[in-house]
Design a protein around this ligand. Structure first.
Ligand SMILES: [Zn+2]
Length: 610
């Protein structure tokens, strides 16, 4: 007994030894199947080109032939993806291993080679007349691929001729790509001299940003001031990068004839501009929910009025810890309450070693679920740190994992999910777990802590990302007219934020520099609204589940099985969710409202100590 206790004490991490077994992909780095697949991929690709080049363009391809071509194409892509997944997972837990890096390089190169070789196929398909393409896609032989074939043609009106595309592609290396690289490398090189209570430290940006969760208010404020002071001293570079990329975006829109600055993103997301506009308007009409919460949080922190640097301040400082096995038990029980299938699939991740949860040197941080390929199964990476928060991360990644697992019913081209619905199952799983924990947790202080962090996470994805999108909209619209000064960009940022924070949250004057380090603005303009979309979608679906009970379950599981076999709007309609209707988005915000209400009443009962 004493021995066991001593052993337990020596075991720092309750997830020690929880490592994945990748043998379902390959037996190891020396597995001869790796060479076989690398070679096979290349030769199959050559054969594919020989067999199909010119055939689609000629218009003489038969439906059965086209189907065979797609099946062949999927085989090549799936093998390549299996190789890439394997080496990606190896490096994720051992990122200094040279052998893995070498193999990764070879696979990357093969990927580029294959991509170049196969481009003809997409281009020839785009070149077909609409009527011919539609007739082919409607043939019963191609049923499984109809959505893929039609939706891949949505770029046709915006695609230039092959030589023009080539020039655009090549020139982007010294334009867009160069600016992005400059931004990334410049921001990564910044060091922040943080001084607090006479102690000086030089911090990286992630270390500085992590101080927003600190319990000491003065420290949080000092950290925010330090961040913006450093960023504003580089305004020449940051303003120029932002301007150049916004102009590049505008030029592309002009060349390709996209109407609004957001049009190209909507097309990529397979969502109509009206849906996004409506969603954003509904979010803005609900900013008062945020104001109510900010008022509550100010009270809980004992403040007259909170400031932007108080948003993530802990409301409850002594949250309990949680061991890995306990986390597993909680998540499985929460899933079981929803449906046996969810628990059964999640159990396989634990029982068959599809999870790597141990924290160790050389392993990357954070968490993810890698879908790999339909013929294998997903793998999940976690870094278990004994915090209650880890339980919700575990639920999140298992949600992804179950989604990917169920989508294996689809063939490779229908297997991946578009950005806007990619987070559906993960956030839904988090909610199931949150509800379960709330039902079983009895300590009122812990309950309040849990609900506040749930509300704050949801705000960060719904309200904050909406603000970010509004800011981008103003900046890009103005950039189409003329170059923007730092002050102008700061003003757009200020206005978009003020709309949310209003009179409830104080913004330090320096807060106007908040736009200058956000990588999404640089890498993928208008990416952020997908977060709003995804989170609200889940909130609404969850609300539907609450209202409909068990009858919702099979529809939901069917949605997860559907992968991307149809457009998100169509798939969601089958669950009874009409994303074109403002009411649908309001449902999600009502859910947020009820969370805030719960926090308010809990605080009223137990949290008013301060
Ligand atoms: Zn996720």
């Amino acid at each position: 007994m004493a021995d066991a206790a001593a052993k337990q004490a020596a075991k720092k991490n309750s997830a020690e030894g929880i490592r994945w077994n990748l043998q379902d992909l390959y037996l190891g780095i020396d597995d001869p199947c790796i060479e076989r697949d690398l070679k096979g991929c290349r030769s199959e690709c050559e054969a594919f080109e020989k067999q199909y080049r010119g055939l689609i363009k000629s218009g003489s391809i038969q439906p059965a032939q086209l189907k065979q071509a797609l099946v062949d194409l999927e085989k090549i892509l799936e093998t390549l993806s299996k190789l890439g997944s394997f080496v990606g997972l190896l490096t994720a837990v051992d990122n200094l291993n040279n052998e893995y890096r070498k193999l990764e390089d070879r696979i990357d190169q093969l990927g580029v080679e294959i991509q170049n070789r196969l481009t003809f196929f997409d281009l020839e398909w785009l070149e077909l007349e609409d009527s011919v393409a539609e007739k082919l896609a409607a043939d019963p032989a191609l049923e499984n691929y109809a959505h893929y074939l039609i939706s891949s043609r949505r770029y046709k009106p915006y695609t230039k001729s092959e030589p023009e595309e080539l020039i655009l592609n090549q020139k982007s290396l010294t334009a867009r790509t160069a600016w992005i690289n400059l931004f990334d490398e410049f921001l990564a090189s910044l060091k922040y001299d943080f001084e607090y209570e006479g102690e000086k430290q030089t911090l990286t940006q992630p270390a500085l940003l992590s101080l927003v969760y600190d319990a000491d208010r003065n420290k949080r404020r000092a950290a925010q001031e330090c961040l913006y002071a450093e960023l504003s001293s580089h305004q020449l570079i940051l303003t120029n990068v932002f301007n150049a990329l916004a102009q590049d975006h505008g030029l592309n829109d002009q060349i390709r004839k996209y109407g609004s600055p957001m049009a190209s993103r909507h097309l990529a997301n397979e969502v109509s501009p009206e849906v996004v506009d409506r969603m954003m308007e509904v979010v803005e009409a609900n900013y008062p929910i945020a104001h109510r919460y900010y008022k509550l949080k100010s009270k809980l922190l004992g403040l007259e009025k909170m400031a932007t640097y108080d948003q993530y301040a802990p409301v409850v400082t002594k949250m309990p810890s949680c061991e890995y096995q306990e986390g597993k038990k909680t998540v499985l029980a929460a899933f079981r309450k929803f449906h046996r299938t969810m628990e059964d699939i999640a159990s396989r991740f634990f029982d068959d070693d599809w999870i790597d949860a141990e924290v160790r040197a050389g392993k990357r941080g954070g968490a993810f679920s890698a879908g790999t390929v339909p013929s294998v199964h997903p793998y999940i990476l976690l870094n278990w740190t004994e915090k209650l928060r880890d339980v919700s991360t575990m639920a999140h990644e298992l949600g992804h994992g179950i989604h990917q697992y169920l989508s294996r019913e689809q063939s490779y081209l229908n297997f991946h999910h578009p950005l806007t619905v990619a987070e559906t199952a993960s956030v839904f799983a988090e909610f199931l777990t949150f509800d379960y924990v709330m039902e079983t947790e009895t300590d009122p202080e812990v309950r309040l802590g849990l609900i506040c962090s749930k509300v704050e996470d949801a705000f960060a994805t719904v309200f904050r990302q909406n603000v970010l999108t509004r800011f981008e909209w103003s900046a890009h619209t103005a950039r189409r007219e003329a170059k923007l000064s730092s002050e102008q960009i700061c003003q757009f940022w200020w206005d978009a934020n003020h709309a949310l924070y209003g009179e409830s949250v104080e913004m330090l004057p320096m807060y106007k520099w908040g736009w200058s380090y956000i990588p999404h603005f640089i890498h993928t303009p208008f990416y952020c609204y997908a977060y709003v979309f995804g989170e609200l979608l889940v909130l609404s679906l969850y609300r539907m589940y609450k209202e409909e009970g068990e009858s919702f379950v099979p529809k939901y599981l069917q949605l997860l099985k559907s992968g991307c076999s149809e457009a998100p709007e169509v798939l969601l309609k089958k669950v009874g969710a009409d994303i074109t209707d403002a009411e649908f988005w309001q449902k999600g915000l009502d859910m947020l409202d009820s969370l805030v209400r719960q926090a308010e009443s809990l605080a009223e009962q137990h949290g008013g100590k301060k």
